[in-house]
Write a protein of this length. Sequence first.
Length: 129
Amino acid sequence: MNLPLLNRAALALISVTVLASCGGGSDDNEAGAPQAFNVSPATISVKNAKGTCASGFLGEVFVYGGAAPYYLNNTFPGGIILNKTRVEEAGGSFTVTLNGVCMDPGLINVVDKLNKQVTVSVSSPFVEP
């Protein structure tokens, strides 16, 4: 089929316009997230006194980017206590408390809605007396 140059130019312009309008907005979590998925801080630690293991509040971790909600997988529940198992929105946080057990490290995996994962490393190493 042989179309005049003006018709081909018009069809090309229409095609480009239709393709450009197919993109999603930044609110579309299914398409991914505009920010890199990360946590802050990614590492938290305490220096134990010789022969002891710390207990009590250690820190607060904030979750950014990715696709909310975020699920927390505590790989060391005997030594690390989290105040929740899910963070609902980007910029949200959870707290980390130690249970008097030494670890080097204990890990908390944070998994977003799209199954992307980041890890928080928690360190409370034993120091020989």
